[in-house]
Design a protein around this ligand. Sequence first.
Ligand code: 13P
Length: 243
Amino acid sequence: MTDSSSALRHERVTVADACRRLGAAGLLIGTAGNVSVRVGRRVAITATGAVLATLSASQVTVVDLDGEVVAGTLRPTSELDLHLGVYRRYGTGAVVHTHAPMATALSCVLDELPCVHYQLLTLGGSVRVAPYATFGTPELAESVIGALEGRSAALMANHGALTHATTLDQAVEHALLLEWACGVYHHAAAHGTPRVLDEQQQLAVIEAALARNYGTTRPLDPDDVRGPEHVAHPRPAVQEESR
Ligand code: 13P
């Protein structure tokens, strides 16, 4: 160990918070999964064998981008090479790996989760399924890192899911979105062959989203307001009807 235990103290807390959030959302099972966040050349990453849903900051280890331990008392996750490889290849800020139920189920049957809903465009569109390799191996790291090309998410065949983003909050949001999309696909496929958005439909969504700054709240324009009663004193419809 080459540094004091204060290294990335805040990030160790945020990793533990993120794990508990993923657990509350039902994306975690036992000791499966691992989460990390990067600041410069340092990475705060969950310890191997830790129960993520009840994780504490003391179960988060700090390493550098070469995998050297900088702070903490527990061995880092067996998927350390996978996390570090994602940081090296994509320069991203946070990585979330889970064995979330819907994502894992589909990872056992699909080669790719097609773009059946426009929200998948947040992850880059269709989500590839990285070919299977044993957990914790360089082969698995290579397979998943390749499947992430141009994407913020990949499924891992017969294993689980991985998302990455600039911030840990975003990487968690991506994991939640991916699990939701896998659920949508699963339910749709139970009733027929899901329709897939074609390239033109996907482009139209991207254009519309950019034009509207979709997904953010915006103040009303003065022209949108018809009169003060519509904003300040909405009509008490229920009370009037009952008179
Ligand atoms: P760790 O406990 O070593 O993080 O392993 C869990 C896992 O999900 C491996 O892919």
